[in-house]
Write a protein that binds this ligand. Structure first.
Ligand SMILES: [Zn+2]
Length: 292
């Protein structure tokens, strides 16, 4: 993982995986699947109607949502009935809930809302208080009610450890409402792309150097290259004769040295080439003097 291109490829895969995951989560939530993984029994509270002294147990999940076992109410001629606490929520220092009851075979109903304040923000809060109020409706007539309440945490911890995953999940699924089948398809493709190994060519982007073409090996006695000996015509001594094709000398050549130059066989001076012929540039060379 040392090449920038590999890192780039890895980053793309990670991004696709994240997109795929969040896409699936939001798509699933959009289709009504419950992905909320809140700890359902994160805290336990007791809520007391401070006028009647009635108590109810609240079961609060790690997101602050709660329901209550209900207060017990009594109506003349109807006996005892349950006052249910529903849609409760602790958020920050706010606490809200709804109350409802039905008695006398549905002839009597109670409907109301509770609001209040926690001593500190959920989930660290240990107590709260407020009022709940609403409407009573039965054969005796419609009337309003209002009553104070107090709540105290009696179980569960106020730490945030269990909150991380549910909060992340809820965050994802609240950011992206209104997704559709297209998102599911894109997400599946993204996850497949992220999981499947890419073809080798896709991963090893240009990390392999093209092999150098094989270098021709020079052989003893091979003709010297004229290109390597091209030189100026001014270096040809007056009266010089062209040399026969010089050959690479045994014992002197390096098999891979294509730049090696060839000495004059008569005086040892490096030969030159001009006009397609070979010359010894040494004016005193025996060859040039015609002594050979
Ligand atoms: Zn010479």
């Amino acid at each position: 993982m040392n090449s920038p291109k590999k890192l780039f490829g890895f980053a793309i895969v990670v991004i696709f995986a994240i997109l795929g995951f969040s896409g699936l989560v939001s798509a699933a939530s959009d289709h009504g699947w419950d992905l909320e993984t809140a700890d359902q029994a994160f805290q336990t509270w007791i809520i007391t109607d401070t006028e009647s002294g009635q108590q109810a147990t609240l079961t609060v999940d790690s997101l602050g949502n709660f329901t209550g076992s209900g207060w017990v109410g009594t109506a003349p001629g109807a006996g005892d009935y349950n006052i249910y606490i529903t849609n409760g929520r602790m958020s920050g220092t706010s606490m809200t809930f709804q109350v409802s009851a039905s008695y006398s075979g549905g002839q009597g109903t109670i409907s109301g809302t509770g609001t209040g304040t926690l001593n500190v923000s959920f989930p660290s809060a240990t107590s709260g208080s407020g009022t709940y109020s609403g409407t009573i409706s039965d054969p005796l007539g419609d009337r309003n009610f209002s009553s104070p309440w107090m709540a105290t945490r009696v179980g569960g911890d106020g730490g945030g450890g269990g909150l991380v995953f549910p909060d992340l999940t809820v965050l994802i699924y609240r950011i992206a409402p209104g997704v559709s089948l297209i998102v599911i398809i894109v997400a599946v493709v993204a996850i497949v792309v992220a999981i499947l190994p890419l073809p080798r060519n896709g991963v090893r982007l240009g990390t392999k150097r093209a092999a150098a073409p094989p270098r021709g090996k020079l052989k003893t006695g091979a003709p010297a290259s004229m290109v390597q000996h091209l030189d100026s015509i001014q270096k040809i001594p007056p009266g010089a004769r062209p040399l026969p094709q010089p050959r690479l000398h045994p014992g002197k050549f390096e098999p891979t040295d294509v730049l090696q130059k060839v000495p004059c066989p008569y005086c040892g001076t490096i030969v030159i080439s001009a006009f397609g012929k070979w010359y010894c540039p040494n004016p005193k060379c025996k060859w040039n003097k015609g002594e050979v």
